[in-house]
Ligand binder design. Sequence first.
Ligand code: IFM
Length: 439
Amino acid sequence: MDALAGFPDRFEVGVSTAAYQIEGAVTEDGRGPSVWDTFAHTPGRVKNGDTGDVACDHYHRWPEDVALMADLGVDAYRFSISWPRVQPTGSGALNTPGLDFYDRLVDALLQRGIAPLPTLFHWDLPQALEDEGGWLSRATAERFAEYAGHVADRLGDRVRRWITLNEPVVHMAEGHAWGGGAPGHSLMFGALPVAHHQLLGHGLAARVLRERGATQVMITNNCTPVLPASDDEADVMAAAMYDSFHNRLFNDPILLGAYPEMLASFLGDLVQEGDLEIIHAPLDALGINYYNPTRIAAAAPDADLPFDPQPIEGVPITAFGWPVVPGGLRDLLVGLKDTYGEALPPIYITENGCSTADGTDDAFRIDYLRGHLDALKSAIDAGVDVRGYFIWSLMDNFEWSEGYSQRFGLVRVDFETQERTPKDSFRWLRTALAARKPA
Ligand code: IFM
């Protein structure tokens, strides 16, 4: 059992979840509605009409979930704070029972020796803020920083490291460009303000968190190595455009203090004096979520967007239909080092995992994780400073517009009874964690 052998001392292994995907209890103890409550309750938006109303009922069953993590033996737990649970309308009054919930969770994790790694925004914007323009409005960046301060005021005596945003590209693209996720806008390139305002929110929140004693501030970006579908110049250009849109739009301003050239003109007047300095504030570490590479061809001349994603043939696919390419993780990390050089801070893989068919026999997931850990090791051997690896996800949960149809968990959840059953991958990982030599 050597999947975790050969990693640096103190390399952290953890599991990830997100509030709307697991908590349920959406109307309990003063929580306000989020864009995802609205979206999921809109007929036709989510597969089978599923919602996060109950999800994994983690709001009530968290002691059992913490016990599962302790049994698994992970070093850390990445979870997200539900903004509408702690500040129901996204500004003004706080909701004490909501803050109490995270307070108890943090204490329980620390008692079990599991380091908490909270993400402050994983897509569940308070609906009241959406009604005022949401992330299309610059004011939301300021509200986000205020909210970050309130959470740090409550948890900052025990939590010193934070992730500001999860995958701002996906929230921009799915939520505002193509409309497949909440809040469901289809603005195409008109969604770009959502990128700038989230990044500004990150920068403003980073300042506030540091003022409250944070020692490690991160952002989590979803990154994909982009492969042109052919050597044809049009495909190569389209791939470069996609790379700018998906990866560089979020990495460049944070790491280099500038937007990628290909997109800068679309952002125009949005970027006010001083914004880029705020966004480019020192980052202690970069969170990367990796699932697969993306193969891009040029789109038809009359298409809405200039790039056209193509299937990747000849590799296994997950239950979701996503290609499994572990080497893409190595290529991505080495590529980031080549692109950003000294500007690249230490990296944490804050999500990696796969959906598999329902059941507890998930040899597919074990192969997937083993392959990606090997690829990660080879990136570290090639000189990339990677400090941790978090598996998506601790347990089966609400997979956004796919509802409960995609199962990413190390633990199976029966959504009728809420029974949790560890899968084979859970036992595999537990054995690998136990076999690690103490640092
Ligand atoms: O479930 C999501 C998660 O919320 C964000 N990253 C990708 C996962 C799998 O789709």
